[in-house]
Ligand binder design. Structure first.
Ligand SMILES: [Zn+2]
Ligand SMILES: [Zn+2]
Length: 343
């Protein structure tokens, strides 16, 4: 899920576009798939600064979500004292905006990759085509319709409820609002800190979702998507959507500005669309137009009992559930799965 992030910034290469790169994958980044450089040892400060520059400040999905958060927080719909009272006047725009944003991002990516087939198999992970034909496994018989249903009926509205609760909390003074001038360093650092928090939260919630009862009744809805598309990201059972999106509720107790809340909200919702697109990057006009890559989570959709977290923080490596993309790791995970099922 979201916000799984680039394992190899700018590693996308259009080479070998016709022949698959391995038995399992049509295209994959340089292996082993790596975590964000905050965690590389020994530390490589130059590499870390370059990575932060490329991921946070250059054109990327992360910087798009950041800009969007600023536009909404400071211009489109700032938190105002009127939001201390719950009224339809400001609640409805929150719901409408989140529906529209998810439709634009997931729908736009879907249209490019699987509608007009904008780049064929170039930088596509899974060698199998995206499932367009009828399949009884999915609601209404089609993966895309099913995924849109879960995303728009549960995913986006649940995020909107959380956003409204937080807006009310900022407006009524229950959450301490900080301005940039009050604490500039905290204001800036909170963005990457929230991405790290989301990584921990996602790891824990996701691990729980893989416990047999929860998997059977809740998480299996998301995992019907073996070959994922942009709409698969937020396609979850409502219980899972509540758990996954609840990461944003940490801002009920952390002093912050609404722009932080919106960044984390978009990172969760829109990041799930980009990270499930099934492609490493958008490739247009013979160049990489936008890096999306989430090979780390693609491995989870293929092998299940691995990579519960994301590449932002090495929770999976620390707890022995890391799949680095190698055949050795596949063997290890298969043995782990067998042992789990033998219990
Ligand atoms: Zn997923
Ligand atoms: Zn899972």
């Amino acid at each position: 899920m979201p916000s799984e992030q680039k394992s190899q910034p700018n590693a996308a290469s259009p080479t070998r576009q016709d022949a698959p790169m391995s038995k399992e994958w049509h295209w994959h980044p340089v292996l082993p798939v790596r975590f964000a450089p905050y965690w590389h040892w020994p530390p490589n400060f130059k590499g870390l600064i370059r990575w932060c520059w490329q991921n946070w400040l250059q054109f990327s999905d992360r910087s798009i979500f950041l800009i969007l958060a600023f536009i909404v927080a400071f211009w489109l719909q700032p938190v105002s004292s009127a939001q201390a009272d719950i009224t339809i006047d400001w609640v409805l725009p929150v719901f409408l905006r989140n529906w529209i944003l998810l439709t634009l991002v997931a729908g736009g990516l879907h249209l490019w990759f699987y509608g007009i087939d904008g780049q064929g198999k170039l930088l596509k992970y899974d060698p199998r085509p995206y499932l367009k034909r009828r399949n009884a496994l999915f609601k209404f018989g089609y993966q895309t319709w099913d995924n849109m249903f879960y995303s728009l009926v549960y995913g986006a509205p649940i995020l909107s409820v959380f956003e409204c609760v937080l807006r009310w909390s900022y407006a009524s003074g229950h959450t301490t609002t900080i301005q940039f001038v009050d604490a500039p360093l905290w204001f800036i650092l909170l963005f990457p800190l929230l991405a790290l928090w989301q990584s921990l939260h996602f790891y824990l919630v996701h691990l729980l979702l893989h416990q047999p009862i929860l998997y059977r009744h809740v998480h299996s809805v998301h995992h019907r998507n073996v070959n994922t598309g942009p709409w698969s990201g937020m396609s979850m059972h409502p219980v899972e959507a509540c758990g996954y999106l609840s990461a944003v509720l940490i801002l009920l107790i952390v002093p912050s500005h609404p722009v932080h809340m919106l960044f984390l909200a978009y990172w969760l919702m829109l990041g799930a669309a980009s990270s499930h697109s099934g492609y490493e990057a958008i490739w247009a006009k013979d160049r990489q137009a936008l890096l999306l890559g989430a090979f780390f989570h693609q491995l989870h959709h293929r092998y299940y009992e691995c990579n519960y977290g994301n590449a932002e923080m090495p929770w999976d490596r620390w707890f022995g559930t890391y799949h680095d993309g190698s055949e050795k790791a596949t063997k290890h995970i298969r043995e782990r799965k067998r042992a789990m099922h033998a219990k």
